[in-house]
Design a protein around this ligand. Structure first.
Ligand code: NAP
Length: 652
């Protein structure tokens, strides 16, 4: 790994600037620093590992807290040490030390994570953090060298995060491709979700491509418009836009056993239909784009405007209106605080409360000093990304893993999980303690990690405590022309109903019809039980590759971009394997797929989200966890590094 002040592989990162600031200016910048990555980054930058002082090491479980959970004295000592180090670095001409040896790097990483052995992670981090070095996930092959004269075309469905990524990698390998997207612009979920308050709940330094890092995010957790712009820029900077056919919806895709091609039937915006032929199809359609409307009696009878959070109707003026929001998942809990000050009366229909996690900087812009540090301290941004990667990924997995010896219950699945519960309950109690009427309704009765946790900076309690907001926790009986009738017969009248009721997440690849080898239809094969090998490959469907497919979702907040980057590498590896062997198609062996899915099911049953009986979009109608990856992030990376030829059949 090397840090240089010259090279700048991300089109969004300017070269690191030399430090010319005064001591005082550096001191002021350090007041805004993210503490957790500071000493590790300085050790990396200067080669001086003595700055890694054990008495100043934050606990990775507390990285997201102010000062990473350090006391004021400790945080002041970290800043003083950093100031001294940066002054020395400046006075020495802002010259980074030579890249550390692997042994030194291990020492830095293991200090950061509190002693966990990091050797297996080293090669992953080389890529993931791209310490201002090359894009190490770029495919190492070119179609014209691998299979000279072979015409091989890929059709990508979806121009969101995963589709753009696939296009970029195929372009790097010289493989022709086209993207079709039902929407009129790029961005997928960030195009479709325009509800007020929509923003990412995973810090941007983590929720972004490893090869297109930005150091100048405006927020820690950017808003929808910022993310949409990022993906727009990626489409332009990587030269992908010209390959996208917008407003083009895939209706069906059919594999030909004779030609070994896919015929993809599409409908354009003007209603005309057409068939596009491709050698391979990548489904990059996401999991969360088909809105789920609740199955409540009389839903169509409501006379006023009614719409879903993901189909926000901005033509409806909510000012002064009596508004109902059904649901308190991630989407609803973002939009409710935004509309509460505008509407006349707001009733929040909550079926199950969410665990809310204190995140003081959730809505904050990135302070000037912190931006200065990102712009002037090589590797600081990368170590920040590493801290987030760890604290929200493998570093947190133990907290949500069932410990049979503990006697797991719906209260907690392990001692660590119970500690998490106590800390979160303490936070909720502090937020709602002055409202004994609300408090019992906002403390979840299931283990943390069974459902998606929600970030909070105090706004949830402030919103529910407003005079014009009412929390309704009784069961809904029916939707009527005038509003909502509760199961006990109580009637509420509304002008507008908003559904924050989530997505048909388990219905992967719907509503498309996908027909594979021997004429078998994908959904008929699945029978409501979507499964794939590593989320990517399905037996009977050669050269069909899924991204964000079955069992590639994460609960505790790792970045889905990471999964897509690993998945795309795997897909490129599969294409390489087929074409490099003189064949045209590749298909996973059924027993490999089945064994893998058994492992996944077994492991998911040992995680909070699989153990708990609470409802969540992670489970399908039969109760199987169809969404989540139960292993470490490291394991997904290892398993998707390079396809094992023994696990696949080649065709053609
Ligand atoms: P969701 O998590 O599935 O939440 C749906 C909500 O609707 C739940 O509160 C659910 O209650 C309620 N509900 C469903 N049917 C109902 C019915 N018949 N009666 C009453 N309530 C009903 O959906 P979401 O909020 O759109 O979030 C989905 C996922 O999208 C998130 O988990 C996250 O991965 C992603 N997301 C991320 C962000 C972000 O990054 N900031 C923002 C939004 C969404 P129950 O809990 O009782 O089922």
């Amino acid at each position: 790994m090397s840090v240089t002040a010259e090279s700048s592989p991300s089109p969004f990162v300017r070269d690191i600037e030399l430090i010319t600031a005064s001591d005082d200016e550096i001191r002021r910048a350090l007041d805004d620093a993210e503490i957790a990555p500071l000493l590790p980054a300085l050790a990396y930058l200067t080669g001086d590992l003595t700055v890694l002082r054990e008495d100043l090491r934050p606990d990775p479980l507390l990285f997201a807290m102010p000062q990473a959970g350090l006391s004021d004295e400790q945080a002041a000592a970290v800043r003083a040490l950093a100031l001294e180090t940066l002054i020395r670095y400046r006075d020495d001409g802002s010259r980074p030390a030579p890249a550390p040896s692997d042994g030194q790097l291990l020492q830095i990483l293991e200090f950061t994570v509190g002693g966990v052995p990091m050797a297996p992670y080293l090669p992953l981090l080389e890529e993931e953090l791209a310490y201002r070095g090359e894009d190490r996930r770029a495919p190492g092959w070119q179609l014209d060298e691998l299979a000279p004269g072979v015409d091989f075309r890929v059709l990508i469905i979806g121009a969101g995060m995963s589709g753009l990524l696939t296009a970029h990698r195929l372009q790097q390998a010289g493989v022709p491709f086209v993207i079709v997207d039902k929407n009129a612009g790029v961005g997928g979920t960030w195009w479709e979700n325009t509800y007020p308050g929509c923003r990412v709940d995973n810090p941007n330094h983590n929720y972004s491509y490893s090869f297109a890092q930005r150091h100048d995010w405006p927020f820690h957790f950017s808003t929808q418009d910022v993310l949409h712009r990022y993906f727009e820029e990626c489409a332009d900077v990587f030269g992908i836009r010209e390959h996208i056919q917008f407003s083009t919806e895939v209706l069906s895709a059919e594999w030909s056993d004779d030609d070994l091609t896919w015929s993809v039937h599409v409908r354009r915006a003007d209603g005309t239909e057409e068939t596009l032929v491709a050698d391979a199809v990548v489904s990059a359609v996401g999991q969360l784009n088909q809105p789920r409307y609740p199955d409540i009696e009389g839903r169509d009878s409501f006379a006023g405007p009614a719409f879903h959070s993901a189909r926000w109707d901005s033509s409806v003026d909510l000012a002064g209106k009596r508004v109902a929001v059904i649901g308190t998942g991630a989407s609803a809990m973002q939009l409710i605080p935004e509309i509460a000050p505008i509407v006349g009366e707001l009733t929040v229909f909550q079926r199950t409360p969410a665990w809310i996690a204190p995140t003081p900087d959730y809505h904050d812009p990135i302070a000037d000093g912190l931006r200065w540090l990102y712009a002037h301290v090589p590797s600081y941004s990368e170590f920040n990304r590493f801290c987030i990667f760890w604290a929200m990924g493998d570093g947190a997995l133990a907290n949500v893993t069932v410990d049979p010896a503990y006697g797991p219950t719906e209260r907690a699945v392990s001692e660590m999980n119970d500690v998490m519960r106590l800390l979160l309950t303490e936070y909720i109690t502090a937020e709602f303690g002055d409202r004994p009427d609300l408090l019992p309704h906002v403390v979840p009765q299931y283990p943390p990690g069974s459902k998606r946790g929600i970030r909070d900076n105090g706004i949830w309690a402030r919103t529910l405590k407003r005079d014009n907001v009412r929390l309704e926790t009784e069961r809904i009986g029916a939707i009527t022309e005038q509003g909502i009738r509760m199961a006990d017969g109580t009637e509420h009248q509304f002008d507008v109903i908003i559904y924050g009721t989530g997505f048909k997440a388990s219905e992967f690849l719907t509503p498309m019809r996908v027909t594979g080898r021997g004429g078998i239809e994908l959904h008929e094969q699945w029978q409501g039980e979507a499964r794939a090998y590593l989320g990517v490959a399905v037996p009977g469907f050669p050269n069909l590759f899924c991204l964000y497919g079955p069992n590639t979702n994460i609960v505790i907040n790792g970045s889905i971009v990471y999964f897509s980057e690993c998945g795309v590498r795997f897909i490129l590896g599969l294409i390489e394997q087929a074409l490099g062997s003189g064949k045209r198609a590749i298909e996973v062996k059924r027993d490999v797929h089945d064994d893998f899915n058994e492992q996944v099911d077994e492991a998911n049953s040992k995680m909070a989200w699989g153990f708990s009986t609470v409802s969540s979009w992670y489970k399908n109608d039969s109760g199987r966890v169809a969404q989540n990856w139960p292993f470490t992030l490291l394991e997904y990376w290892q398993r998707t590094q390079r396809p094992d030829p023994a696990e696949f059949d080649l065709l053609g």
